[in-house]
Design a protein around this ligand. Sequence first.
Ligand SMILES: [Zn+2]
Length: 388
Amino acid sequence: MSKGGRRFRAAGPVSPGSSECRCDPVGRPRAWVLLCGLCVVLLVAGMLGVYLSNDPLDGARPHPADWTRDKLSHLPSRVSASQVRRLVSRVDLSRLWETHLRPLLVERLPGSPGSSAVRQSILSSLRSLSAGWTVEVDSFSSLTPRGRVSFSNVLAVLDPEAPRRLLLACHYDSKKLPGGPFLGASDSAVPCAMLLELASALDSTLRATRHRKAVLTLQLVFFDGEEAFEEWTATDSLYGSRHLAELMGRTKHPPGAEETTLLNSIDLFVLLDLIGAPDPLFVNHFDNTARWFDRLITAEKRLHKLGQLSSHPSEQSYFRKDLYLGPVEDDHAPFLKRGVPVLHLIATPFPSFWHSLQDSEENQHPPTVENLTKILAVFITEYLGLDL
Ligand SMILES: [Zn+2]
């Protein structure tokens, strides 16, 4: 799909207006001439003041709102081979599995004690990091086929005032299944654990860059209420993402802005879903973010060649541009329809255990999860231009 560019009205030139000499004539013509001359000097000085304060060069300088277009031409950095090795050595599979994933593997229906416990676990992981994330819980309630239910998205941003954000998202709720509990390991406990591990692996690097007052920062979103309570419909699904897209669309950003919102701040919305099974395939869904999908292909090949991936037989196993299996409705949809650029990282075809009780910890493939986390660590580092 293509996305219409957003343009913002530049401030128009202010007319200095007209003025006239209001000096009263005096008796002597010479005095009248002097007074009128003084008036002319004052008028010219006044017009010059208005002219300078209006700054005629304003049209030639980047308007403050131009940052909203910078995402279209954003260039990533490229980390060296030694930096790649150092970076991926910080991805810790046992921390990902034991510290971040295990606490999520409970039934976590919106509004339930399980959901609250999982949310507390995500919050305490984020708050334990040294990078200084600003963490918020975005709580709301919504009518569902089961009556009114409360939902809570978890949001974390490194620098809330930075104009632009790279946003990474997953959903932490699970679904009611007969014979349950359904633990939804790949759907989407593993993707959420991957986000927490990325924040942990990059913690010291993110801490060092936080005070740069960079134009671009990192945001993590853990959505609640992705799953339908009954059949998937436009109103019974995506409760958390529909709420957050609407909220960000009416929240002015950066501070003091009148024309731009938090939605404009999203350079790229990267959604992880259905990750954890062996041999996943990820295809490119959107033309306007194809160049970012290419970066994932490049990172996968590079890590393979550097011997940094395990159980990875060919250099291009995961990310493929030569296949397309159709669009998938997911948490990106409310953002996509508002013009946000999206990279949808969902395994297609879906894992064989999708929405069954077999979507459990033992059916996940740890080397695949570790490999994908390493690829994303390279992607994020290069996108944000982090110093390693
Ligand atoms: Zn699901």
